[in-house]
Design a protein around this ligand. Structure first.
Ligand code: SAM
Ligand code: DTB
Ligand code: SF4
Length: 350
């Protein structure tokens, strides 16, 4: 979908745009389900890059404490909890510029991926820049989706990040796709971008071939110590418009209402679901920032007559050998290592 068409849609009266998005949504996603994805930061802080929104960049003095790559077992415990709690996708993020094959670090990531893939969950990772070989190795280990956001328009990108380029991002996305992983790619609103930048970002996302499997729309979480710490919040109607446009421009993608939900009311989130969002990050932490409580999310989903998305076997990693592990039920349910009282999503909603 081209810029002019996106702009025409954006300029429609709010309810007309929502109505169009709703039609597309119902045609492609008739099940009234919300995908629950649990995030885990497996390596936190100390990143060489200068992304001006990010609390994990080593260039800024933020409140994030550096943590080295988590051990296999600790990650597996969190992944099991996430599954137990009803998440169908486990997303692991690392504060790296990128990964290089043949290094010990990368081998450890591959082991982690194999472990999580054996739990029969969708496995998503976001590790920064990838070459073709690294992408192939991740796919082979069981990664189903690679998250790499373009974040904003190509024109605005250099105002936000200077340590790598927009083209670098596109190259990584291409490597992920060539290796057979689906791509989770979206952006952030609230980076001081213009409406034109937002539409350009969507134009680029909609031009991917194949289209992104999921599109996270993040509202900036202003992080203390970063250059964008004082940016004003994103207007809820602008956010809903962008979700509606994403739904229309990339109809088969899961559109994920991502970072920033702690700043939205229940009504604001409901509006975004109506506009076409059908996925959220679930659990009380994103990577380093806050996210709503599990219980609140389940209640919101239930009160809207929606349900958590059931696992889709076609999206699981391919079968591995007989070493496939079972996942005993942990006492803690939330996937974030604290005593969240929420019971399994499925049970809570039936
Ligand atoms: N280092 C890898 C990368 O840059 O792709 C993976 C981790 S990075 C934190 C993943 C994504 O999180 C970023 O591309 C950005 O879209 C999002 N993100 C990071 N900080 C954010 C913030 N403060 N508010 C909203 N989204 C944020
Ligand atoms: C995405 O688009 N949003 C997630 C995930 N992909 C990796 C990350 C949001 C990070 C929010 C800020 C933080 O937790 O530090
Ligand atoms: Fe590093 Fe990713 Fe944060 Fe940029 S967004 S500073 S690459 S962790």
């Amino acid at each position: 979908m081209k810029y002019a068409e996106l702009n025409n849609l954006y300029q429609l009266p709010f309810f007309d745009l929502l109505q169009k998005a709703r039609q597309v949504h119902e045609q492609h996603w008739p099940k009234r389900e919300i995908q629950l994805c649990t995030l885990l930061s497996i390596k936190t802080g100390g990143c060489s890059e200068d992304c001006s929104y990010c609390a994990q960049s080593a260039r800024y003095k933020t409140e994030v404490e550096r943590e080295s790559l988590m051990g296999r077992e600790a990650v597996l415990v969190r992944a099991r909890m996430a599954k137990e709690n009803g998440s169908t996708r486990f997303c692991m993020g690392a504060a790296w510029k990128g990964v290089r094959g043949g290094t010990e670090k990368f081998e450890r990531v591959l082991e982690i991926v194999r472990d999580v893939a054996a739990l029969d969950m969708e496995v998503c990772v976001t590790l920064g820049e990838l070459g073709a070989n690294e992408a192939a190795a991740l796919r082979e280990a069981g990664v189903t989706a690679y998250n790499h956001n373009i974040d904003t328009s190509p024109e605005h990108y250099p105002n936000i990040v200077t340590s790598h380029t927009f083209e670098d991002r596109l190259r990584t996305i291409r490597h992920a796709q060539d290796a057979g992983m689906s791509v989770c790619c979206g952006g952030i609103l609230g980076l001081g971008e213009s409406l034109q930048d937002r539409l350009r970002m969507l134009e680029v996302l909609a031009s991917f071939n194949p289209p992104p499997e999921s599109v996270p729309i993040n509202a900036l979480m202003p992080m203390k110590g970063t250059p964008l710490a004082d940016n004003p919040p994103v207007d809820i109607f602008d956010l809903a418009r962008m979700i509606a446009l994403s739904r229309i421009a990339i109809p088969k993608a899961k559109v994920r209402l991502s970072a920033g939900r702690t700043h939205l009311s229940r009504e604001g989130q409901a509006l975004c679901f109506f506009a076409g969002a059908n996925s959220i990050f679930y659990g009380e932490k994103l990577l380093t920032a806050d996210n709503p409580q599990c219980r609140q999310d389940l209640e919101l989903i239930r009160s809207l007559g929606l349900s958590p998305q059931a696992p889709d076997p076609s999206l699981m990693p391919p079968p591995m050998d007989s070493s496939r592990q079972s996942s005993p039920a942990p006492d803690v349910a939330c996937g974030h290592g604290h005593a969240c009282k929420t019971s399994r999503a499925e049970t809570a909603l039936t």
